[in-house]
Design a protein around this ligand. Structure first.
Ligand code: GDP
Ligand code: ZN
Length: 304
């Protein structure tokens, strides 16, 4: 029988079988990923075969999101597989989400080829200047090609709009702590009653250290809620690759004199020219530079 892994806690996996029943399973045998040593060979989002409460086979993944462990074991943890899109919840204030954080998330999502929708939450709290700033951000990111939504999760404003985007898809929900992810999920599916801000605080104090991923059924789709996970994890890349993950920078880079241009100092750099001519936003270029610096210092880490 086949099903979808909807929850992973330690060595236990909850599988939603195609007939709708939920079965708690363990793994039988070994599943190896090429070149990856993973602490969990099966992840939330995997399509699996189940026999007698054992997962015996997994289908090939379209993609997967991985987190390298902090220690030296070189082991990785697969956070989710077969992700269709990511919703990045951001707030202009209370707390302020930095553009560097947004751009790093977007760049890593490009690397995984996962489309991102930017959700600007807590719109109800913003004053005129902050609203104007939010509008500027929306314009910037929509021009680059990302869908943006402005909502208030507590007031339910703009939330209905999100349903059609979620329909039939596996969506990873991300964003800094406190931006309103749990509030948004509770608004979309009231019966789930997720951990509240108080419990999130307990997470931060390290009282609850188990990392687990869970998929929440939503209409015809699923939302993956990964506590404590902000981004797409570590990835290693050359400067040319990094350029390709900043869509508009990539667009202009085609006209750079040197094919291996890093867009920092080179003569004939079309990116620097576009920056000067205001075709590229300084905040985006700064984010690009900051990711380049990570690379230089050899500290491409997931914590951003
Ligand atoms: P999470 O850490 O991203 O899951 O954030 P929470 O959902 O726990 O929200 C953090 C705090 O922000 C809570 O006190 C929420 O009530 C509040 N909050 C969330 N969304 C909104 C919103 O749209 N407007 C306002 N005013 N407060 C919000
Ligand atoms: Zn260049």
């Amino acid at each position: 029988m086949k099903g979808l892994v909807v929850k992973n806690t330690g060595s236990w996996y909850t599988v939603r079988m195609d007939d709708g029943q939920l079965i708690d399973c363990k793994i039988k045998g070994t599943f190896r990923l090429k070149g990856i040593r993973s602490t969990n060979p099966v992840a939330v989002g995997d399509r699996v075969t189940v026999a007698d409460a054992f997962i015996t086979d997994i289908e090939d993944r379209r993609n997967y999101i991985i987190r390298k462990s902090q220690n030296l074991s070189k082991q990785s943890h697969i956070l989710a597989a077969n992700v269709d899109q990511a919703f990045l919840v951001v707030t202009v204030n209370y707390p302020q989400t930095s553009t560097t954080f947004i751009d790093r998330f977007l760049a890593s999502a490009e690397a995984y080829r996962v489309p991102v929708v930017l959700i600007f939450n807590k719109t109800d709290l913003l004053d005129t200047d902050e609203l104007r700033y939010q509008q500027m951000m929306v314009q910037l990111y929509e021009t680059i090609g990302y869908t943006c939504k402005q909502i208030s999760a507590t007031k339910g404003e703009g939330v209905e709009d999100l349903r059609s985007l979620l329909e039939g898809k596996i969506t990873l929900l991300s964003g800094n702590s406190g931006v309103g992810k749990s509030t948004l999920i509770n608004c979309l599916v009231p019966h789930v009653n997720l951990r509240t801000a108080e419990i999130s605080d307990a997470h931060n104090l390290g009282q609850h250290t188990t990392t687990f991923s869970e998929m929440i059924p939503l209409g015809g789709g699923w939302v993956i809620d990964t506590p404590g996970i902000k981004g797409f994890g570590t990835f290693d890349m050359e400067p040319e690759e990094l350029t390709s993950y900043f869509r508009e920078i990539f667009h202009f880079s085609k006209d750079c004199r040197f094919s291996n241009c890093t867009h920092t100092h080179e003569p004939g750099c079309a990116v620097l020219k576009a920056l000067e001519d205001h075709y590229i936003a300084p905040s985006r270029y700064q984010s690009y530079l900051s990711m380049m610096e990570d690379k230089d210092e050899g500290k491409y880490r997931e914590s951003y």
